[in-house]
Design a binder for this molecule. Structure first.
Ligand SMILES: Nc1ncnc2c1ncn2[C@@H]1O[C@H](COP(=O)(O)OP(=O)(O)O)[C@@H](O)[C@H]1O
Ligand SMILES: [Mg+2]
Length: 265
């Protein structure tokens, strides 16, 4: 049984002129237990919308989200979410940020300390527990957010372009860290990105989303053993195949927007 099944999700938004913009068009896919699945798509294609629906933060117009064979409803808390923007509480130390979800769940203090200590060690934030968010780097903040999500043992972790605001070197380092953390915890991770290299370096599978109304237009099984070498011929081949698909998609979107402009003139 897949860990997560997304079935026939569709979603539109009102555009302010009494019209709706169709963003997701009948999206279906599975994520398997322990898998790292990437979804790559152009900016504005509905990646954040999709993750919010999966995490129960937004209701779809149609379709279901199924976790461990059971349909979940908006408001469920089975998914850990790493947002695109940093979301640590500035008034809490690293440790108290990480333990937030355990406080909400009323976990007793000795168990809370044990679980927080364990996850701090796994993500490699030892020695920084008492620092505040302004006293740590961007990469360390992302690791703290990951720890905050993982400490409550979510069924799935979703990450929304979580590394896109980092410099290239930190980003590469964090990609390796996430792989290491995933290996230790066995977590199921779904991340969206517009960075093809990142997806090829990290994922077991990659789905490509089209422009809106977004569909899944291609799927790649990345058949390269880990640890991968970013510049290996196998990785570069996946990269160029995926970039080709995205280029065709971008050209299609540009010609559609030209047609629209000429109709409105
Ligand atoms: N709350 C909203 N109301 C109306 N339109 C929205 C809303 N949220 C997103 N959109 C629109 O839906 C489309 C997809 O947005 P989003 O899911 O954020 O895409 P992505 O994360 O891929 O950049 C965009 O065109 C965006 O402007
Ligand atoms: Mg987004």
């Amino acid at each position: 049984m897949p860990k997560l099944s997304v079935r026939n999700l569709s979603k539109s938004y009102p555009n302010g002129d009494n019209e709706v913009v169709e963003v997701l068009d009948n999206i279906s896919f599975d994520v398997h237990e322990g898998e790292l699945l990437a979804i790559v798509g152009p900016s504005g294609c509905g990646k954040t919308t999709l993750l919010k629906i999966i995490a129960g933060l937004l209701e779809p117009d149609e379709g279901q989200v199924v976790i461990d064979g059971e349909e979940v409803q908006p408001g469920h808390n089975r998914v850990g979410y790493i947002f695109q923007q940093e979301s640590l509480f500035p008034w809490r130390s690293v440790r108290r940020n990480i333990q937030f979800g355990l406080e909400v769940a009323n976990i007793n203090s000795s168990e809370m300390k044990a679980r927080v200590d364990e996850i701090i060690e796994i993500v490699g934030m030892e020695g920084l527990e008492d620092n505040y968010p302004h006293e740590i780097s961007g990469g360390q903040a992302r690791k703290t957010e990951m720890a905050r999500s993982l400490v409550v043992s979510p069924d799935i972790l979703v990450a929304d372009e979580a590394l896109s605001n980092l410099d290239a070197q930190t980003r590469n380092h964090l990609q390796e860290e996430i792989l290491r953390i995933q290996e230790k915890t066995g977590s199921t991770i779904l991340f969206v990105s517009h960075n093809v290299d990142e997806a090829v370096f990290m994922s077991e599978r990659i789905l490509i989303m089209s422009n809106i109304p977004a569909k899944i237009i291609a799927e790649y099984e990345v058949d390269v053993p880990k640890p991968r070498i970013r510049t290996s011929p196998e990785c570069l081949l996946y990269r160029s195949d995926i970039l080709d698909v995205l280029k065709v998609e971008q050209e299609k979107a540009m010609s559609q927007s030209r047609q629209k402009q000429s109709v409105s003139i």
